[in-house]
Design a protein around this ligand. Structure first.
Ligand code: ATP
Ligand code: MG
Length: 416
């Protein structure tokens, strides 16, 4: 089974008083003192071996959920049927899951039932060997039933057990494979890769929320170029985006700096793909990737600005350039353009820097507002906005230099 959606280790009600690791050690110690096994499990063990600082520590234990509830008054079940409890500890929330084996997967997402088992069987239900490791929280000893340490050392991503069967159980795992292989610069075991390609189309049956979440995690990392390339190579782009498979260069993604918004990466990828197959894009990424209204708006705005920079920038008057440069997505649009037209980006940057020093800057406070026009006797109506826009353009161009001049110009325009 995939993890419950709520993955936050911060308790909203209280400020954390210790690190996530300290909280996980303390919680584990109490479980161990009651005579049960408790291990750090999965991603946190992998990250520590790689020398990374895990963001969250999950505990796997032999204690059944009702024992966890007895030890920690704060424990709440999130997937009690799956043996998953959340334990609050000094402002942190730690996920404690009873060792389990997943029953048959009927829907490609959740097992029909689970059995509580030993640590070895629990390791075997996990997706990739690098994610199947345990670590004793007090001694630091690594407990490895799946040869995960070897794969981690050799940087090989390999499914645990039969790759086809594992990918069929939870169809999101194909996309997770792209994320882990990219994030940790791994090669993919050939049987695992073959199974991923064969299972690629099944991704369309996975919820858009989970697919979008995976993309968000993948693209937030600086290794996003590799994940996009793997996704295309494996044919995961077609079911994920509801488009045809298209494999090729991703120059715009490649030119992005490491910290950028999700919408910026999506805009870059969209243009990279549109260049290869102009008729491919269905434009429905908002649905396919379950984007929020703001993410989708930002992506569309970036695409619009890039298109204006491509096609019209040279012929725009200073006022229009200033208006464009003041839009919130402007700098993201330049980042998207950088991978294919760096000289252009530098030239536009210089022009904008110059415009910022001329006639009050890029976005000065307008000399006149709607209430100023009403105060001098104009009736609000359809012409209002047009006049205000015109006055602001003149101000941006340096043709008007004060409120008084703007009022005179407004009267002239109104009486025309
Ligand atoms: P991240 O660095 O993104 O947190 P992670 O490997 O820690 O990656 P989590 O979603 O936090 O991923 O899950 C923790 C562990 O639970 C994984 O390492 C893996 O062992 C197991 N797991 C999570 N999702 C799945 C899944 N879909 N299929 C099988 N095992 C999973
Ligand atoms: Mg994790």
């Amino acid at each position: 089974m995939n993890k419950p959606e709520s993955n936050s280790q911060e308790s909203p009600s209280r400020l954390p008083e210790c690190t996530p690791r300290e909280a996980a050690v303390a919680v584990s110690r109490l479980i161990i003192e009651r005579g049960f096994i408790a291990y750090f499990a999965g991603g946190c063990v992998r990250d520590e071996i790689l020398g990374l600082v895990p963001t969250d520590f999950d505990i796997a234990t032999s204690a059944p959920p009702e024992e966890i509830a007895k030890i920690f008054r704060s424990a709440r079940g999130v997937g009690e049927a799956f043996g998953v409890m959340l334990v609050h500890w000094k402002g942190r929330v730690i996920e404690v899951a009873t060792f389990r084996s997943d029953g048959e997967y009927l829907d490609g997402r959740r097992p029909s039932d689970v059995r509580f088992v030993n640590a070895k069987e629990d390791a075997q239900r996990r997706d990739f060997t690098i994610n199947g490791l345990f670590r004793h929280p007090l001694t630091g000893e690594i407990v490895d039933f799946v040869d995960g340490q070897k794969d981690l050392a050799n940087r090989i991503l390999r499914a645990i057990g039969d790759p086809s069967a594992r990918l069929r159980e939870d169809r999101l795992r194909t996309l997770r494979a792209a994320r882990f292989a990219a994030r940790f610069e791994m090669t993919i075991d050939s049987a695992t890769e073959l199974a991923i390609c064969a299972a690629a189309r099944d991704l369309s049956g996975v919820s858009r929320e989970r697919i979008g979440g995976e993309f968000r995690r993948m693209f937030s990392h600086s290794t996003r170029l590799r994940s996009a390339q793997l996704i295309e190579r494996w044919g995961l782009d077609a079911p994920a985006l509801a488009e045809s498979n298209s494999i090729g260069a991703c120059a715009r993604i490649s030119g992005l700096p490491s910290e950028v918004s999700f919408a910026t990466v999506l805009a870059a990828w969209r243009l990279d793909r549109a260049e290869r197959a102009p008729n491919n894009s269905s434009g429905a990424w908002r649905e396919s990737l379950n984007l929020s209204g703001n993410e989708s708006k930002e992506m569309i705005e970036i695409l619009e600005i890039v298109s204006t920079l491509d096609l019209k920038w040279d012929s725009l008057p200073p006022s229009a350039r200033k208006r464009l440069a003041s839009r919130s997505a402007f700098s993201s649009a330049l980042k998207v353009l950088f991978g294919v037209a760096p000289e252009r980006v530098i030239e536009v940057g210089k022009t904008v820097a110059r415009l910022a020093t001329e006639s009050g800057g890029l976005a000065p406070e307008p000399f006149v507002s709607g209430s100023d026009l009403i105060a001098i006797g104009f009736q609000p109506g359809p012409r209002f906005k047009g006049i205000l826009d015109q006055l602001y353009d003149l101000q941006l161009e340096g043709a008007l230099n004060s409120k008084e001049e703007a009022i005179v110009a407004a009267r002239l325009e109104w009486n025309r």
